[in-house]
Design a protein around this ligand. Structure first.
Ligand SMILES: [Zn+2]
Length: 366
């Protein structure tokens, strides 16, 4: 998987590779960009390039072979979600005393360490940074460069301060990647000691073209829908769960249409009663709420005369009919009502009742 497999942001990728070519790579590099924009994929590609045993050159710049021992081992960390899930599961299976001592890491190569945020707070903790400090001053064993990848910019205060100490005196043979959706979360003193690179959103057409190659199982209409819903992030587009989305959207449409038309509630109640308590129900409700917001936004685009911004392009006709029977005030009330449902979920109100209340409160009394 060399750099030609990285989609989008060619300028940024070239600048990073040029830094490698000049042997001038920053000790700490902030890669910022939206969820799914390729921050982790790129960091792992750079880690392989730093340590590839074959050191191939493409377009006059350093690349990686993807086949040598170092590339292979580092590449095993590619599916981050799966590796983190394994690490969490391994820790959950430990005795309580050991569990407390064990911090979360993904390590598939002795010199490359991936540091994900630690659940349940989902933040980088001080013990994780201490573990980094424990190894970073030793010369790499199998690699040329030790690489540390922090996959999230949410650091506990003490953790951020410990990291800052490393950045004040970094060893010459180590590189730290800080991946950030919002780099403003990082301490200004950490930011000032790091090189900073941003992965920007890709255009819808660019994503559609790539999906045509990578997801031939989706038809053009589906690829266009996914491209619009992934907000310019290739990772989001490739991992998009179209089936779940379409199912959630069908139910969201029933809810909105029931609220717009009023009258018979049997179809509405049949749907809302399937939203149960527990973790499964939570995820299903989250999906539904996200979809409802997106549909309301699309209605707003139609209402304000900017239909080209609509994301659910495959149901544009239906959205147009809905927008015709609603108005700005109604759409605003609906969005406020969704906020109410979200607050209710946090207070553990029955989801089915919150959703019934949402839809019936919006019924138009003409
Ligand atoms: Zn290699």
């Amino acid at each position: 998987m060399p750099f030609s497999d990285f989609h989008g942001n060619p300028e940024t990728v070239r600048r990073l590779r040029e830094m490698l070519a000049r042997n001038h790579f920053s000790h700490a590099v902030i890669l910022s960009g939206a969820h799914g924009s390729g921050k982790y994929t790129l960091a792992l590609m750079l880690a392989r390039t730093m340590n590839c045993l074959e050191q191939p050159v493409t377009d006059g710049l350093p690349d990686f072979c993807g086949r040598c021992a170092n590339c292979t081992l580092i590449g095993q960390a590619e599916d981050l979600d799966a590796r983190v899930a394994e690490a969490v599961e391994a820790r959950d299976g430990m005795r309580d005393a050991d569990k407390k001592e064990t911090r979360l890491f993904v390590q598939t190569h002795p010199d490359v360490l991936v540091i994900p945020p630690d659940p349940p707070q989902m933040m980088i903790k001080v013990d994780q940074v201490r573990h980094v400090i424990g190894s970073i001053y030793y010369r790499p064993a199998e690699a040329r460069e030790r690489v540390y990848i922090f996959t999230n910019s949410a650091f506990m205060k003490e953790a951020a301060n410990s990291l800052l100490k490393v950045l004040e005196e970094p060893p010459e043979f180590a590189t730290i990647f800080l991946l950030a959706e919002n780099p403003g979360e990082l301490l200004p003193t950490i930011r000032s000691r790091s090189g900073s690179f941003t992965l920007s959103a890709l255009g819808t057409e660019e994503i559609e073209a790539l999906l045509a190659k990578r997801r031939p199982d989706w038809n053009p209409q589906e690829r266009s829908l996914v491209a619009r819903l992934s907000e310019g992030a290739m990772g989001q587009a490739l991992s998009f769960d179209l089936k779940t989305y379409v199912a959630a959207r069908a139910q969201a449409l029933v809810l909105l249409n029931s609220a717009l038309r009023g009258a018979d509630h049997s179809e509405l109640f049949k749907i809302t009663e399937t939203y149960r308590s527990g973790a499964d129900g939570r995820e299903k409700t989250d999906n539904l709420l996200r979809t409802l917001y997106a549909l309301l936004e699309d209605m707003l685009f139609i209402e304000s005369g900017t239909p080209q911004l609509v994301r659910n392009t495959d149901i544009q006709g239906e959205l147009k009919r809905m927008a015709e029977s609603a108005d700005f005030a109604w759409i605003n009330r609906a969005a406020a009502g969704l906020g109410e449902v979200e607050r209710g979920m946090r207070r553990n109100l029955l989801r089915s009742l919150s959703l019934d209340a949402f839809a019936t409160a919006l019924e138009r009394t003409t």
